[in-house]
Design a protein around this ligand. Structure first.
Ligand code: URA
Ligand code: SF4
Length: 189
């Protein structure tokens, strides 16, 4: 399957009840050959209205960190665990994540990034470890299914807790170095 074929499938998906309340499914956007793939949680109001990921206040925060670390939205790919907005921005239900995760796994297979970055707890729990703790384990690099993966703070968490910003900046710098082979001493379990 190509990314465009998958995009079409997601647009029309009715695999879980979130399809009843969404305006737009949010497939994700960016470079189809990205070395870095960011994975957030689920669309919020702005994303539901526009069909684009991370376009609200959290998106502006993410843009700031991309720019500050020498990255652009055009060169990375940005997606989410769940493609349709949960009502009132509640956490996605386990059943919704289960129904939707296949799309993300297929996106990862097609884009084939060098490293995946989980933005926040929901993505890290789903993709790295059920018991993942972002405050303790952000910036650690893991290998899952032969691919590098790490987590950092969710941009919305940085809006509430600006004290996490320096640590997030460190994570983005490490990420850049790994993705573009500027880092040779990272110890990956
Ligand atoms: N928060 C997310 O997790 N994803 C988005 O796309 C927007 C906000
Ligand atoms: Fe389909 Fe995922 Fe949207 Fe549910 S959240 S309707 S599984 S695209």
């Amino acid at each position: 399957m190509t990314l465009d074929e998958l995009r079409e499938k997601v647009k029309n998906c009715k695999n879980c009840p979130l399809c009843d309340t969404r305006i737009n499914a949010v497939f994700g956007s960016g470079n189809e050959h990205a070395e870095i793939m960011f994975v957030g949680e689920a669309p919020g109001r702005n994303e539901d209205e526009t069909g684009e990921p991370f376009v609200g206040a959290a998106g502006r925060m993410l843009n700031d960190f991309l720019t500050a670390s020498g990255l652009s939205r055009e060169e990375v790919f940005i997606g989410n665990i769940v493609k349709c907005r949960p009502p009132q921005n509640r956490d996605p239900l386990p059943a919704e994540e289960e129904r939707c995760i296949g799309y993300l796994l297929e996106q990862i297979r097609i884009i084939d990034p060098k490293i995946i970055v989980c933005l926040g707890r929901i993505a890290a729990k789903q993709l790295i470890d059920r018991d993942f703790q972002v405050t303790k384990q952000h910036g650690e690099v893991f290998r899952r299914n032969g691919r590098l993966i790490m987590a950092t703070f969710h941009p919305a968490a940085l809006l509430r807790n600006p004290a996490y910003k320096p640590a997030t900046m460190d994570d983005f710098c490490l990420l850049y170095d790994i993705a573009y082979n500027r880092h040779f001493e990272v110890d990956i379990p």
